[in-house]
Write a new protein. Sequence first.
Length: 617
Amino acid sequence: MSIVDKLRNALVKKDRFAIQMQRIKAAGKQTDLIEETVNNSIKNLRNKKNSFIIYGEPQSGKTEMMICLTAKLLDENYKIIILLINDNVHLRNQNLFRFIDSKISPSPVDYTEILHPDTKIGSSPWVIFCKKNGTDLKKLLDKIDSYQGKIIIDDEADYATPNSKVNNLNNEKSTINDLIGRLLDEGGAYIGVTATPGPLDLNKTFDNIAENWIEFKAHDYYHGFETFFPNNIEKELSFHLNLLPDVNDSPIYILNALYRFIINVSYLNSVINEHEECYSMLIHTSGTTVNHEKDYIDIQKAIRILNNEEDTNFEKKWDDLAKVAEKMYPNNIDSIMQYAWQNLGRNKIVKMNNVSKKEGANYDLGTNPAAPFTIAIGGNIVSRGVTFENLLTMYFTRDASKIQQDTYIQRARMFGTRGKYIKYFELHIPEYLYDDWARCFLFHKLSLESIRSSSVPSWVGDQRINPIAKTKIDKRNIDFQKGEMSFEKFTYDKEVKEIEARSDITMLEKLNLLRDHLGDQYLPIFLLNLIQYFMPHKDKSIVWHHSTSIANYGSGTDQDNISRPKSFLGARDLEGDKYPDAIHHFKILYNADNVARMFYKFEGRHSIIRNVKHIKR
């Protein structure tokens, strides 16, 4: 018997997925939610559901989940697994390193490593990384197009993958969408992973159906929407929120944030931590490199003065720093200032933009801090996918005339595992932008709750916040509901009328009674949960308008389906003078046969869009 035969006979098949589970458990991390997501994904594939989305909160551990999913796919004997990453070298390197560091077998490779003619893609398994770049994808396609059964895991799937030419009369496809589509084959599958699945649904990307989507739930140590955008910010927050004025271009604001960052690092490392930790501060003020340069100069100047005893402003800067420390931690002023004095020279300022990358900047120094005082300055590159370890301060003033929901959700770099130091975390942001961001996440959460409740997503926005770029919406299959959300038909019976007439209970209690009587498809629990979360004016936030018969409504009204092209809840219903504190509006419309629907509108200024194909199903 040859040595190869002996080794082959002696080989015990590795359970790659079990090995990954053991690795994560050994690190003291939670595994049950990863296991649930991976098992549901394999179930989809076994049931021939070969195009689906895995969605979860920003920075909630999706990369770790993708490593485990890849391990399970290898165990299931899939031979070619392609990991698609945004067209960002740092993001590619960050993910590739984490995969390699997990010791998954075979070790992942960049697509360039398989392009040599002598490299054969055959019976052995491959894990291949490729950026979502037209040139890269074309080269990968040329190499492996003939092989069947490829599994594509598309990280940040809502970015670049949806067809931006979806409404073109010639059925054209955008470059990235076309190349990824060509990578797919009969025996393979597309698995999109994202925090913002809306663009994929509204674009009908690769015919994925929301009822096949899988939610990757956030682990117990995650801090996200509920932490940073609580229902009532007048209550004590678990982090420090510093609301900036609308006009915030004076250096004084960014310098104040820097001083507080220096003080917090010094306090943690001199008073709280058993072992010294390195922390980062993220400055995100703009998408332009010119503004990054200004931020860099302001920060560098302040740090340089604090480290140069010969500078004429040296003592004044240290006095300013001491005043901030005295306000923050008056009982620990000596240890804080001594640590800062001895260690402030151990700083690193990293510009994270395309220009600095060409200059050879190492982005890892910004995202994985090796100096106690690390400051990362950037725009679009830090907006999506990049994980900042030990992020302690975020200075965010990045604004736009229209907020695109998926973009701003991805910009929440403060989300993540911040448990050890969450009460020292600081978010510096203009008040109006914080309010917009909070509403953006509220709409997003409403949409996700609609998936959990009915598998029919409803994507919510308003005059300021777009659920998705309009160019990516498949207008042939999408219903613009003009601000209204309606639910399944029900009988407008005696019980419904009695509930409606009650005046001894709150509006929310009345709605919950109606839901208990009718059922979830007629008034979904996801909506009531969200309303309960967002009632700034308590019961006055809700109005249940008097029910109305549509029997005499004019042409254009569908009496059987209780629908019409324009909205039912109009300006007359939403009069601001009559209901000044109202945010949530409800109304029952019924026909001559007493068949009814409940209609809902948020503030009268929002938009709700849904995939008609899903509704018809």
